[in-house]
Write a new protein. Structure first.
Length: 282
């Protein structure tokens, strides 16, 4: 499991977050995006060092960048009341994406230092880091982008349920397995809606075969990986047989990282490039 987590987290730090920040289209993020490698590279190096002072210091560098990113959220949150009701869900999802890496970074610093945090052992902290890069940042960002593009009730539902589900899962860490199960149900409903809208509305509009293929893969993988997440949360809450954490990392975690997050963000990046090109041509 440790061998899998390291590369997955590196993908989140070095690729998913900076690409996602470019896609978010939020004014003021350009500077933090340009500076992001200064924070992400030390964080990535910390994953491969033994727990201790050096690993903690490098993880703290990443945490600093994540906190600076999260500080962009409160001012934008204050603007929500001035937005039309139809635009608020997408903005809320994007703001959730800005905050998620700071939660991951907090867990990373604690895990690299070798100290439990809020009663959670090092194994859970290690899994929290990729979870809030992908189920937090990438999922919320994608839900916001889908809501912007496929406007309607389904898009707004996805943009609201993904942040809510993520918050419930986080709350479940402290309250108990049933709260985490509730979060998994809400998050799964939101992500299935994202997959459905991506497949039926956004994919069908694309003529570029590569973009269509990337959107197709991200939708199909997401539908499967969320079933795994739901089955694990149900098993934890009820005691029914369910996958082990190692098996979840190898299936749900790897699938979400490569099949969903990477393919989805690459597709949205191609869509953005095409839009920018058409704008310059016009």
């Amino acid at each position: 499991m440790t061998v899998l987590i390291g590369p997955i987290v590196m993908l989140g730090m070095l690729v998913v977050v900076p690409v996602g920040l470019r896609l978010a289209g939020i004014p003021g993020l350009d500077r933090i995006r340009r500076l992001w490698p200064l924070f992400a590279v030390p964080g990535a190096i910390s994953l491969w060092l033994p727990r201790g002072g050096w690993a903690t210091a490098l993880a703290a560098c990443y945490a600093l960048g994540a906190v600076l990113l999260a500080l962009h959220a409160p001012p934008r949150l204050l603007l929500l009341r001035h937005l039309p009701t139809s635009r608020a869900p997408a903005e809320l999802a994007l703001l959730t994406a800005l905050i998620a890496p700071s939660i991951a970074a907090t867990a990373l610093v604690a895990e690299r230092s070798g100290h439990p945090l809020f009663g959670f052992g090092l194994g859970i902290l290690a899994l929290t880091v990729p979870h809030f890069h992908f189920a937090g940042f990438a999922a919320a960002l994608t839900a916001g982008l889908v809501c912007r593009t496929a406007d309607g009730r389904a898009g707004r539902f996805a943009a609201l349920s993904v942040p809510l589900g993520t918050l419930l899962v986080l709350t479940g860490y402290f309250i108990g397995d049933w709260a985490e199960l509730a979060g998994a149900v809400v998050l799964t409903a939101g992500m299935w809606t994202v997959a459905l809208l991506t497949w039926r509305s956004i994919r069908d509009r694309q003529r570029d075969r590569i973009t269509r293929a990337l959107l197709c893969v991200s939708s199909a993988v997401l539908a499967v990986t969320m079933v795994l997440a739901l089955s694990w949360a149900l098993g934890e809450a009820t005691g029914l047989p369910h996958p082990t954490l190692a098996w979840m990392a190898a299936t749900h975690g790897l699938g979400n990282a490569l099949g969903f997050a990477l393919c989805s963000l690459l597709a949205w990046r191609r869509l953005q490039n095409r839009t920018d090109h058409e704008g310059r041509t016009a």
